[in-house]
Design a binder for this molecule. Structure first.
Ligand code: HEC
Length: 155
């Protein structure tokens, strides 16, 4: 009986890692991949729509290249202001901004008109675009992040 028990025991112990690696690890890998895939589809959608919105609403001042225009329109490209003020950036798209601001050690002081009709989704799409282009790599900006901020903007 003890021989049988031992055999069972040995079988169990030697099979369980096999079962684990044969089924659980691939399953886990698949699950990981599929949510990753869904997220990247959403990222792509936000990015593509964001680019269209940018070209329509922002590029005449900040340029398609994001480089801005001299000391009139500040650059979004590699902008340290953007990196340090994500919430302000949500607000300024909708409500505009005025007063002196500094971007990459240069000073700008010219009012930017806001676009009050922008929805929270559109602000998230625009942000996903500008925060993942021209040296920025923030990943997707979710609509929920914008919703949390937008009602508290100083207008
Ligand atoms: C009419 C020209 C104009 C348009 C259109 C415009 N901006 Fe601006 N933007 C400005 C100016 C001018 C400033 C600097 C404001 C200041 O000096 O206080 C600015 C500042 C900014 C800043 C902060 C400074 C920086 O460079 O990081 C961001 C970010 C920004 N704009 C993004 C956008 C986005 C996104 C859009 C489109 C939804 C947009 N702007 C549309 C003129 C414009």
């Amino acid at each position: 009986m003890s021989a049988r028990f031992n055999l069972q025991c040995i079988l169990k112990f030697s099979l369980s890692p096999l079962i684990f690696s044969a089924f659980i690890i691939p399953l886990w890998a698949c699950l990981g991949k599929s949510t990753g895939h869904l997220e990247s589809v959403k990222f792509q959608q936000y990015y593509v729509v964001g680019e269209q919105l940018y070209n329509k609403n922002c590029s005449n001042c900040h340029q398609k290249s994001g480089e801005g225009l001299g000391l009139l329109y500040p650059p979004l490209s590699k902008s340290d202001f953007m990196d340090n003020n994500v919430e302000k950036v949500f607000c300024l798209m909708k409500y505009g901004v005025s007063g002196e601001i500094s971007v990459n050690a240069l000073h700008y002081n010219k009012p930017m008109p806001g676009i009050p009709s922008l929805t929270e989704l559109e602000i998230a799409e625009l942000s996903t675009y500008i925060y993942n282009t021209w040296g920025h790599h923030k990943g997707i900006i979710e609509t929920e992040q914008v919703v949390q901020v937008i009602n508290a903007c100083e207008q």
